[in-house]
Design a binder for this molecule. Structure first.
Ligand SMILES: *Cc1c(COP(=O)(O)O)cnc(C)c1O
Length: 416
C-alpha cells in the first residue's frame, strides 16, 4: 500500500478510522506495526554533504531532536489527518503550544482581540506577558458577537478564539468572527481542546491556526502532556522555526503515549458525550443545582450555533451548586467514580471547581469578574457506563441533603 493511496482513502474515511490510521502509514524498522519511540537526541552522518543537505532541509532526515524527531513527526501527521491540516507542530504542553504560537506571530505594537472566557493560562498570557512585550490585548464579553466584531473592526493582528470555553461552555460563532477578522487581515487562532477534532473542524470554518492541549482528550489517559498546532505549511514553517529556537519541543515518550491514546479518540468521545448529554439533563432536575452549562441542551444560549458548527457537543459539563463553595466541599467527596483533580479529557470522570482547575491562576476577584462563581463545578465525563455516573451523582446529592439536614438539626438543638 503506497502512502498516497492510504492518504486519499483516509480523506474519505470516518473519524473512527482516521483516529486509528492517520499518520500510521509509515514503514517502521523491524516491520514493527507500532510507532517506535526514537529516544535519540541526535542522528549520525558519515557523509558530510548528506548531513549538510539534511541540515538545510534539502534532503529528508533528522539532525537533532529539539528540531524534529521521528516519533513526534508521526504524531504531527496524525493530528493533520484528524484536523484536515497541511502541517502540524508538536509542543511539550498545551500552554507551550499556545504561547509559542502567539509569540511567533506577535511583536511590539501588535494588537490581539479575544474573549474574557479562555483557559486560565491563556488569559494570563493575554493579561500579563503580552502587554509586557508591547502587544495590546482587548478581551471582549464572550457572549457579545457585536462587541467582538466592533473591536476587530478597529484593526487587529490576531483574533484568538476558544469554543466551547473552559469552564462555562460558552460558544462563539466561528464563521461570523472569521469573516470580521478577514476584513482587517487578522490571523485567526482557535483552541479546539474542548470540542476535539471529532466534533469541530475550525480550519473548515475559516480559522488559520488550530491549537490543542494534547494532554486532554487526544491523549485521553492523563499520563502524558503535549500541545499540537495545525495549519497551512507556510504558517507552520514559522511556528516550527520558533519551536526549534525557543525549545519547547515534545519528547518522544509523550508523543508515543499521545499517538496510542489518539487511536481510541472517536470511540471514547462517542461514549463520553452521550453520557455528558444524559448527565446535563439529569442535573437540570436536581434542586441543588442553580444552572447547567452544556452546549447540547436546547436551553444553552448558543445551542443553535453549536448545532451549526459542531458535530457533537463534547464531554465537558459544568454546573452551579446552590450554597457555593460550602456545598462543593460536601458534594465532591461523596462521589465514587470521580477523580477530584485539575485535568480533563481522561477515561475517568473528573470533577473540579474552577477555583482549583481552569482558573487556579486567578484571584477570587478575577474569577467573579469573569462570571465564574465559587459554586461552579466542572465535570469531564469519562467512559464509565452512563447509568453508573448518574446513580453516583444521585447518591451524592442525596447525601448532601441528609448532611445539611443533620447540620441544621444540630444547629437548632444547640440554640434551643
Ligand atoms: C488544559 C488546557 C490548556 C493548556 O494545556 P496544558 O497541556 O495543560 O498546558 C489550554 N487550553 C485548554 C482549553 C485546556 O483545557
Amino acid at each position: 500500500m503506497s502512502n498516497k493511496l492510504v492518504k486519499s482513502a483516509l480523506d474519505q474515511a470516518g473519524s473512527g478510522t482516521r483516529s486509528v490510521w492517520s499518520g500510521e502509514q509509515v514503514k517502521h524498522p523491524y516491520r514493527a506495526t507500532q510507532t517506535p519511540i526514537v529516544a535519540s537526541a541526535a542522528y549520525g552522518y558519515q557523509d558530510i554533504d548528506e548531513w549538510y543537505d539534511v541540515a538545510l532541509g534539502a534532503a529528508p532526515g533528522f539532525i537533532y531532536s529539539r528540531m524534529s524527531n521521528p516519533t513526534v513527526e508521526i504524531l504531527e501527521a496524525k493530528i493533520c489527518g484528524l484536523e484536515n491540516a497541511e502541517s502540524a507542530v508538536a509542543f511539550s504542553t498545551g500552554m507551550a503550544a499556545i504561547s509559542s504560537v502567539l509569540y511567533t506571530f506577535l511583536s511590539h505594537g501588535c494588537r490581539v482581540v479575544s474573549t474574557k472566557d479562555s483557559y486560565g493560562g491563556t488569559n494570563k498570557v493575554f493579561e500579563e506577558f503580552l502587554p509586557r512585550m508591547g502587544v495590546s490585548v482587548t478581551l471582549c464579553e464572550t457572549h457579545s458577537h457585536e462587541q467582538i466584531e466592533a473591536e476587530i473592526a478597529k484593526g487587529c493582528d490576531v483574533l484568538y478564539l476558544e469554543t466551547p470555553t473552559n469552564p462555562t461552555l460558552k460558544i462563539v460563532d466561528v464563521k461570523r468572527l472569521v469573516a470580521a477578522a478577514k476584513k482587517v487581515g487578522a490571523l485567526v487562532m482557535a483552541d479546539n481542546t474542548f470540542a476535539t477534532p471529532l466534533n469541530q473542524s475550525p480550519l473548515a470554518l475559516g480559522v488559520d491556526i488550530v491549537i490543542h492541549s494534547a494532554t486532554k482528550f487526544l491523549s485521553g489517559h492523563a499520563d502524558a502532556m503535549g500541545g499540537l498546532v495545525c495549519g497551512s505549511e507556510d504558517l507552520m514553517a514559522k511556528v516550527r522555526h520558533y519551536r526549534e529556537i525557543n525549545g519547547a519541543s515534545l519528547d518522544p515518550f509523550s508523543a508515543y503515549l499521545i499517538i496510542r491514546g489518539m487511536k481510541t479518540l472517536a470511540l471514547r468521545i462517542r461514549q463520553q458525550q452521550s453520557s455528558a448529554q444524559a448527565i446535563a439533563q439529569y442535573l437540570l432536575t436536581e434542586p441543588l443545582v442553580e444552572a447547567v452549562n452544556y452546549p447540547g441542551l436546547p436551553s444553552h444560549p448558543n445551542h443553535a450555533i453549536a448545532c451549526e458548527q459542531m458535530r457533537g457537543f463534547g464531554a465537558m459539563v459544568s454546573f452551579v451548586l446552590a450554597g457555593g463553595m460550602d456545598t462543593v466541599k460536601i458534594l465532591l467527596p461523596q462521589l465514587q467514580y470521580a477523580h477530584c483533580a485539575g485535568n480533563l479529557g481522561a477515561v475517568e470522570t473528573i470533577y473540579g471547581p474552577a477555583r482549583t482547575t481552569s482558573h487556579v491562576e486567578n484571584t477570587l476577584e478575577e474569577r467573579l469578574a469573569l462570571g465564574i462563581s465559587e459554586g461552579l463545578v466542572r465535570i469531564s465525563v469519562g467512559i464509565e457506563d452512563t447509568d453508573d455516573l448518574i446513580a453516583d451523582l444521585q447518591q451524592a446529592f442525596k447525601r448532601v441533603r441528609t448532611l445539611s439536614r443533620e447540620n441544621t438539626d444540630s444547629l437548632s438543638c444547640c440554640t434551643k
